[in-house]
Structures are given as structure tokens and as C-alpha cells.
Design a binder for this molecule. Structure first.
Ligand code: HEM
Length: 199
């Protein structure tokens, strides 16, 4: 993915990032340092993580159905490249713009946010388990914390762009302004909720 292709997503990522309270999001400088310190160790986990990720997805009918015949090697490469780029940093605008773009890529392929969030849970679990096996407790905790903040931040970027792209795609196909569509969705949500209430 080139910088030019990502241009629109710099702004998208910035807008989503600004919704996340600083105390609750990834800290590029501090957390980036922790990850950089452990990048050589995390690199040794790559193949186990990549194989486990796809064994998990291919072992469950709903997630296996996303993939095309013979696609697994290409997807393993995507995940390997993503994992190595992630642990090596840098955590800059280009990285976060790319993470937002994943929402649009997943939308095209019918990968739901539910599937994506569950696999983040799986990835953070593996990283935490491996960190505890390999590092003194305090360092393992520091790595787990930094990686968890990264996980939730990237999850937020992917999920939010997925939703925005979904709405935008529907609005454009109905020749509506996406913002008008957002307001309509809010109004309809109020109507649906009113229908649910007992009074
Ligand atoms: C931890 C959660 C996940 C992360 C971080 C992640 C990340 C990514 C990334 C970085 C790409 C490449 C985007 C690009 O540059 O083109 C991608 C593509 C893709 N992902 Fe995910 N993904 C996750 C979960 C999933 C799940 C749960 C599935 C399926 C059930 C899935 C299926 C796919 C597919 C099929 C593509 C390729 C789309 C295409 O190029 O046609 N991903 N993902």
C-alpha cells in the first residue's frame, strides 16, 4: 500500500484517533518504546502466531466461509507482513492510516467486526502468554499492557472505518449524502427503540 493510496485514510485515522481519550488509547512514544525493546523476541513468535491465527479461522465454519479456495498462503503472507510491520514500528500516520483502510478491505470481503474483534482477543492472548513464558514478570506486564493498548486502538480504527465505509457505500448507491444517511440512521434508531419501550 503506497502513501498516495493511503492519502484519504490519514484524515480518516486522525478523525477516529481524536475520538479516543488519550488515557484509553495507544501511546505511540511510551508504548512504542516497550514494543521496540521486545521486537526481536516477538519476531520469533511469528510463524506460530500466523499458523494459529489461520487454523482458528479455518477451524470454524462462519470464518472459514470468508476465504476463497487456495487463498490461505496469500492471507498468511498478509498477516505475517502486518505482524512484522506492527512490532517493528514506527507508529506513525502511515501505519494508522493503513489500519483504518483494513476496515474497508474487510467490508469488501464480508469480514465482520465481530470476527475481527474475536481474533484480536486471540492475538493478544497469544502475545500475553508468550510474554509471560519468556520475560520477567514486570517486563511481561509492560509488554502485555502496551500491546493491549495497540490492539484496542487498531480495533477501533478498523471497526469505525468499516462502519463509516458501510454507510458511505450505501448512501452513495442511493445517491444520498452520507451525512444525511447518518442522521436518518439516528432517527430510525430512535423510532426502533420507541417501538421496544413498554409505554
Ligand atoms: C486481529 C484481527 C485482524 C487484523 C489485524 C487483520 C488485518 C488485515 C490486514 C492488515 C489486511 C490487508 C489490508 C491491505 O493492506 O490490503 C487484511 C486483509 C484481509 N483480512 Fe484481515 N485482519 C484481521 C482479522 C481478519 C479475520 C477475522 C478475517 C476472516 C474471517 C480476515 C480476513 C481478511 C481477508 C480475506 C483479507 C484480504 C482481503 C483482500 O485483499 O481481498 N481478517 N486483514
Amino acid at each position: 500500500m503506497t502513501g498516495r493510496n493511503l492519502a484519504r485514510f490519514y484524515q480518516v485515522a486522525q478523525e477516529i484517533w481524536s475520538q479516543l481519550p488519550p488515557a484509553a488509547r495507544f501511546r505511540p512514544v511510551e508504548d512504542g518504546k516497550v514494543l521496540a525493546r521486545h521486537a526481536p523476541l516477538m519476531e520469533t513468535w511469528t510463524e506460530e502466531l500466523v499458523q494459529g491465527f489461520y487454523d482458528t479461522l479455518f477451524g470454524h465454519p462462519a470464518t472459514r466461509a470468508v476465504f476463497r479456495e487456495g487463498e490461505r498462503p496469500a492471507r498468511e503472507k498478509t498477516l505475517r507482513d502486518w505482524y512484522l510491520r506492527t512490532l517493528r514500528g514506527p507508529f506513525n500516520g502511515q501505519y494508522f492510516a493503513w489500519q483504518a483502510l483494513v476496515g474497508l478491505v474487510h467490508l469488501r470481503r464480508g469480514v465482520t467486526n465481530a470476527m475481527m474483534a474475536a481474533m484480536w482477543n486471540w492475538v493478544t492472548g497469544v502475545v500475553a502468554g508468550k510474554a509471560r513464558e519468556s520475560l520477567p514478570l514486570e517486563e511481561a506486564r509492560a509488554l502485555e499492557d502496551a500491546f493491549r493498548r495497540l490492539a484496542f486502538t487498531v480495533m477501533a480504527l478498523i471497526a469505525e472505518e468499516y462502519l463509516e465505509a458501510y454507510l458511505e457505500a450505501l448512501a452513495l448507491s442511493w445517491q444520498e449524502d452520507p451525512q444525511t444517511f447518518v442522521h436518518k440512521a439516528q432517527e430510525m434508531a430512535a423510532t426502533l427503540l420507541a417501538q421496544l419501550s413498554p409505554s
